[in-house]
Design a protein. Structure first.
Length: 373
């Protein structure tokens, strides 16, 4: 009776009580959403709390990608996004944010800080649009070592703003051990782009562990993983940088020993042979799942179609065996064909004992991975 009176009083005074998002599932659900070679990964804990990493492409693709994210949001039964991490200020990672925020409340905006790679679209967004999005919410510039508060999850930021954690994560398998792959590491050119600023996360749900490092690049992976492995081993690796070889060094991919990798690639972005060789040869890897068939892999380096959520942007009589050579970078490169039709996600449902099931949204194919001994 007293609770009823309090509720009536609150309504009379215009006081808003937060409405919890309730779920009956006991799993951590992860949707790797197809945003055509961008990134959008939605995590939903058993408590109903949610975190989205990145919001897809901008421009003409913003409405398309926000719609695809919203389809996952609806499937998860969410009425708001509690946390949004923007890993870095490249258009394929933040471009759909304003459109998404117009469709669903976002309560907490997380990023690495200011843009270090001047670009008109990013700079205008940060000056004119972003402040208005987080004005009535919470905004955090994350630093390595920070945690994101989500009931039931241990969410640790391990990289951001060009820095990485200095100490190993305590109490996790493999963390703090010497990394044998450091001895043969060969650095690439210093990366001065936003990729190297990526906010990277290690997520733990009971005995189930996930690595999602955004577009963190080759040399920064060395900083994180050498001379000791600071993040330990994981069950699921959301492949860095769409599966491109300027990321995904063996000092990272081989040392974390993922059982499953999911590559959020496009048909002509990611999946190059050099990266695929490293991923496929990771110790203990059972399966690689892909958001798209990669023309840059060809049949030589790809996986069976059961494990690929979306096919190609242009119908072909036969898939090429040889990997397609990527075009040289530069402003004269024509854009890839746009795929604006139906898109499918890859969904992971994990248990606290470390077991998990991966499902291909296109064909319904599922595979369950038992808990590690």
């Amino acid at each position: 009776m007293r609770a009823s009176r309090l509720l009536l009083l609150a309504l009379a005074l215009g006081v808003a009580f937060p409405v919890a998002q309730t779920r009956t599932a006991k799993t951590l659900d992860i949707y790797v959403v197809d945003v055509e070679g961008g990134n959008a990964t939605l995590f939903v804990s058993p408590s109903g709390e949610s975190l989205l990493i990145d919001s897809g492409n901008g421009g003409a693709a913003a409405s398309r990608d926000a719609g695809r994210i919203m389809a996952a949001v609806k499937d998860a039964g969410l009425t708001q996004i509690d946390n949004l991490i923007t890993t870095h200020w490249h258009g394929d990672h933040f471009g759909g944010m304003a459109e998404l925020a117009s469709r669903i409340p976002i309560r907490h905006f997380i990023d690495h800080g200011g843009n270090v790679q001047p670009a008109a679209a990013a700079d205008e967004f940060l000056q004119k649009t972003y402040p208005s999005l987080y004005a009535k919410a919470k905004h955090t510039a994350a630093k390595p070592g920070d945690k994101v508060a989500i009931a039931g999850l241990d969410w640790r930021v391990v990289s951001g703003a060009g820095e990485v954690i200095k100490a190993s994560i305590p109490g996790v398998p493999g963390a703090g051990r010497p990394n044998p792959y450091c001895a043969s590491f060969k650095p690439q050119d210093v990366d001065t782009t936003e990729n190297a600023q990526s906010v990277g996360s290690i997520i733990t749900f009971g005995k189930f562990r996930v690595a999602h490092l955004g577009d963190l690049t080759w040399n920064k992976e060395f900083n994180l993983m050498c001379p000791t492995n600071r993040i330990g081993t994981v069950d699921l690796f959301v492949v860095s940088h769409h599966g491109q070889p300027i990321s995904n060094s063996d000092v990272l991919v081989h040392a974390i020993q993922p059982r499953v990798a999911i590559m959020n690639n496009g048909t002509r972005k990611g999946g190059q042979p050099d990266a695929m060789r490293i991923i496929h040869s990771a110790p203990g890897l059972e399966d690689l799942w892909q958001l798209h068939f990669s023309l840059l892999s060809g049949q030589e380096y790809t996986v069976p179609g059961l494990f690929i959520a979306n096919t190609v942007d242009e119908p072909q009589a036969a898939m090429p065996v040889a990997a397609l050579a990527p075009p040289p970078p530069g402003p004269a490169v024509p854009p890839p064909p746009a795929h604006n039709g139906t898109a499918y996600w890859i969904k992971v449902s994990a248990q606290t004992d470390g077991s998990f099931t991966v499902t291909n949204g296109r064909n319904g194919f599922s595979k369950t991975y038992k808990a590690r001994p």
